[in-house]
Design a protein around this ligand. Structure first.
Ligand SMILES: NC(=O)c1ccc[n+]([C@@H]2O[C@H](COP(=O)([O-])OP(=O)(O)OC[C@H]3O[C@@H](n4cnc5c(N)ncnc54)[C@H](O)[C@@H]3O)[C@@H](O)[C@H]2O)c1
Length: 258
């Protein structure tokens, strides 16, 4: 019997990057996995998990759209009988000097990274009340320390920490835990974008050079992989973390120690 046998996990942004690494981890521990994403590629990603023997389904969902979010959790409950774990991972970033940052970028970033997390928590809680459950929200090192040229992203991730604490207090007596995590520098498509755009803005770094230089500030001297984040998420989703709630935990090789 594996840790997540009979448990159903919903992972937003689960078709690639950190989200897919989490999906692989939960699948390897026998969970029923529903990966949701705004991208059609979500079906291929689910099929790739099924090909390894996992129980996985894809679902196209924009986390900023309340009706689609409701449909996502209804789908998960109908397919697998319950929703026990929900990981609010979908996120976006843009990088721009303050005078160039558009209202559209601000709104999109807050909508996906903060409102999207809230809507998914709200719907997951409707399905978990009475049975308990685990919610894990994706924040960032930028919820600890806002980096340059990303005030909208930093605000959206600080927001995730606040809503995590508030919800954790509200649902504690329902046996539902709510925690947030702060990855540092993790190798994904998002970091390729960061490397390219911040790299140009901060000193004309070539491809990969900004990451290499920032990695020197990490005590462990390496960037993270999706599986490093998946290890923390699977712990927070397990019974070993039953007495942990309202916390925000860094997973960054020691980059930020607060
Ligand atoms: N990569 C890093 O270094 C890093 C560090 C800290 C935090 N994070 C956070 O981790 C999460 C995953 O990041 P990643 O690096 O894997 O990024 P990524 O760009 O590789 O993947 C982002 C995922 O979010 C999905 N998504 C975007 N908008 C969506 C929407 N409106 N509805 C549904 N899905 C949507 C995408 O389809 C994709 O699956 C994000 O919240 C990101 O902010 C990443």
């Amino acid at each position: 019997m594996s840790r997540f046998s009979g448990k159903t996990v919903v992972i937003t942004g689960g078709n690639r990057g950190i989200g897919y690494a989490m999906a692989e981890r939960f699948a390897s521990e026998d969970a029923n996995v529903v990966i949701a994403s705004i991208e059609e590629h979500v079906y291929e990603a689910a099929d790739a998990l099924v090909a390894t023997g996992a129980k996985a389904k894809g679902f196209v969902c924009d986390v900023t759209n309340i009706s689609q979010v409701k449909e996502l959790y209804e789908f998960a409950a109908k397919e697998f009988g319950s929703v026990n774990i929900s990981v609010q991972n979908a996120g976006i970033i843009t990088i721009a000097k303050v005078e160039d940052l558009t209202e559209k970028e601000w709104d999109a970033t807050m909508n996906v990274n903060t409102k999207g997390v809230f809507l998914c928590c709200q719907e997951a809680i409707r399905h978990m009340r009475g049975n308990g459950g685990k919610l894990i929200n994706m924040a960032s090192g930028q919820a600890r320390d806002g980096f340059i040229y990303t005030p909208h992203y930093a605000a959206s991730k600080f927001g995730v920490m606040g809503l995590t604490q508030s919800l954790a207090k509200e649902v504690a007596l329902d046996g539902i835990t709510v925690n947030a995590i702060c990855p540092g520098i993790i190798k994904t498509d998002m970091w390729d974008y960061n490397d390219r755009v911040w790299g140009k803005m901060l000193g004309d770094f070539g491809p990969g050079e900004l990451m290499e230089s920032w990695v020197q500030n990490i005590p462990m001297k390496r960037a993270g992989e999706g599986r490093d984040v998946a290890g923390l998420v699977s712990f927070l989703a397990s019974n070993d973390a039953d007495y942990i709630t309202g916390q925000t935990i860094n997973v960054d090789g020691g980059l930020i120690m607060s």
